[in-house]
Each structure stands twice: as C-alpha cells, then as structure tokens.
Design a protein around this ligand. Structure first.
Ligand SMILES: [Zn+2]
Length: 195
C-alpha cells in the first residue's frame, strides 16, 4: 500500500483520489512543506537564543542543551522524511513527529520572554564571588561568569552575561547578582554589579 505524500491518503492510482495531486506533484508539495516548516523551526530556535540572552534563565545552559538535542533530532527526522519520500516509502509517522517538534523552540522562546518581560517580582540580590569566566564563539556568542553559588556550598552558577559586562569583571571580584523569580517561576538574572 502506498500513501499520498501530500495528504497521506491511500492511493491506488497515480493521481490521488483525495487531493488530486499526481505522485510527482505530491512529492514536490511535501518537499515545499518540509522546507517551510524547517524554516519556521530554525527561526524559532533563533528566537529562543534571543529570548535566552535577553532574559537569561539561571538554568539557561540546561535549556540550551535540551534545545540542541531537539534541534538534532528534528533535522535528523527531516532528512529521514526526505529520504523516504525519494524512495516512495511510508513517511506519515516520521512526518507527524517532525511537525510536532516545530513549535517547541517557539514555545520555549515565548516562555522565557514572558517570564522575563512581564516579571514584576522584586530583585533578589545575592552577594557572591567570581571564580572564573569563559566565552564561547558562535551564533550570538555566549559569555558566562562562573560564581560561587548561593544555593548551597560547593556549587557554582554560570551566569549568562553581555559582552560589555564580560570585560568589566575579573576572577576574584566580589559581585552582587540580581536574580528575579520570573512570572512563570523560572529564575533569571537581571544583572551583575560590583559589590
Ligand atoms: Zn493526496
């Protein structure tokens, strides 16, 4: 049994009875939809990075790893659908999982944005000390101050920080980290200043 690549209906002839597309046209239509959704997914990932640098969650690195894994899985699925379409094998299941992942970066981006932009909670000021810092090149670039944690001994916090702030701090500096509770309950860092 073969299914129409455009609408997923069973097809018995070259022209799909459900949507009226020929095999070739259905394949073209599928490819166009895949490209469009992949673009939406990529822009969503950029929106997530932007929201994450504007309102950096304390656990931003964990979220970045999660989005990175989703990104890898999604692109693998997209390639899988494309290859199966070329071989004219079943694509419906993979396609649905792939389409299901498309909104995920947008949802997380919106969550981080609302969590920070609409947050009216009072600042929680934590005195701490810079024990290291590092910057990673790449998309949007990311810089972290490593400070001793206020959430328990022997722990460290990696604070996402802007380029100008990054140059202001040195290892050993005594600093105050301004943390907000977040509208959605995701703590985020509003700023770092010298003590
Ligand atoms: Zn069809």
């Amino acid at each position: 049994m073969t299914r129409c690549l455009n609408c997923g209906a069973e097809r018995t002839a070259d022209v799909c009875a459900a949507c009226g597309l020929s095999t070739v046209a259905a394949e073209f239509s599928l490819r166009r939809k895949l490209l469009a959704r992949t673009a939406i997914f990529l822009v969503g990932s950029l929106a997530f990075l932007a929201a994450g640098s504007q309102y950096p969650a304390l656990e931003l690195d964990g979220m970045l790893i999660f989005i990175g894994v989703v990104f890898f899985v999604a692109l693998t699925l997209a390639i899988g659908v494309e290859r199966r379409a070329l071989r004219h094998t079943e694509v419906e299941a993979l396609k649905r999982i792939y389409y299901g992942l498309i909104p995920l970066p947008w949802l997380l981006a919106g969550l981080l944005f609302v969590n920070g932009a609409l947050d009216r909670s009072p600042p929680l000021l934590y005195p701490t000390r810079v024990v290291g810092k590092f910057s990673m090149p790449g998309l949007l670039g990311s810089r972290r101050l490593v400070v001793t944690s206020w959430r328990g001994a022997d722990r460290f916090e990696r604070i996402a920080i802007s380029r100008s702030d990054f140059d202001r701090f040195r290892r050993g500096d005594l600093v105050i980290v301004d943390v907000r509770s977040g509208l959605a309950g995701i703590p985020w860092v509003a700023g770092v200043s010298h003590r």
